[in-house]
Design a protein around this ligand. Sequence first.
Ligand SMILES: Nc1ncnc2c1ncn2[C@@H]1O[C@H](COP(=O)(O)OP(=O)(O)OP(=O)(O)O)[C@@H](O)[C@H]1O
Ligand SMILES: [Mg+2]
Length: 279
Amino acid sequence: MTMTTNTTTTNTATAKISVQGVRKTFQLKNEEFVALDHVDLDIADNEFVTVVGPSGCGKSTLMNILAGLEEPSSGHALVDGEEVSGPGPERGVIFQQYALFPWLTVRKNVEFGLKVGGVPKAARRERAEYFIRMVGLEQFADALPKMLSGGMKQRCAIARAYAVNPSILLMDEPFGALDALTRVKLQEQLLETWNREKRTVMFITHDVDEAVFLANRVIVMAARPGRIYETVEVDLPYPRTEDVRLSPEFGELRNRVWHAVYHQEPGTNAGTTSSSPTA
Ligand SMILES: Nc1ncnc2c1ncn2[C@@H]1O[C@H](COP(=O)(O)OP(=O)(O)OP(=O)(O)O)[C@@H](O)[C@H]1O
Ligand SMILES: [Mg+2]
């Protein structure tokens, strides 16, 4: 299999998302905890990047910085060349813990961002309808979140994020609470949407198969301090069909990512992708 050698950093001028020398510390009782250190990452326009790594390595912290919910202690986070200074409508965020408005129905939750954005009632109803169907919640459009299971709440959060049509999707383990079938279905829908309409995606997951199946590039992080450990280019064809999932190339990449996540050398970086998964 031919794989292009790593291009971890795209030209900053053209990068949709650029993380430059980011360090993030949290003040604990007696010490400073380094959640992220020396993180450099460029994501090109319309690129699909997945992020994997052990629990506590700073994945959510990195995403929260890009979402504008946390500030780096030093370094820069840029979107379209501009320093991130807070949340913005071009960035749709799906959190690890589904965040729905408990007092609004599924439909009203999905319509919320559209309403804020000034989309007229009929158009927003129609758009919400489409995404509610996409995640299979049409029977529950008028239900309140408390009547939904965890997986259903997460599907509602996904529909809400897609509905506002952001150019960037920041997704923190969005499918983690879902059953396997729904998960595969939503992976395929996400890729379809991404293929059809231009989107730049950063997608955090614990599932190595999911990381490889979706991505142009998998970023493997390590903990203590939270950092980028290895970058694996995924040169598999789209559309990613069942055949791709079952191919030997997929298996090789999965093993490579798996190895990078579960056999990390403390305190080191394995660096960037090499061109063949033989290491
Ligand atoms: N507000 C905070 N105050 C103190 N420490 C924090 C805070 N937020 C995160 N941390 C610490 O920073 C580290 C990274 O947390 P983060 O949530 O980014 O990890 P993660 O990679 O997303 O983990 P998981 O896979 O379990 O979701 C953790 O050790 C966590 O305890
Ligand atoms: Mg997390």
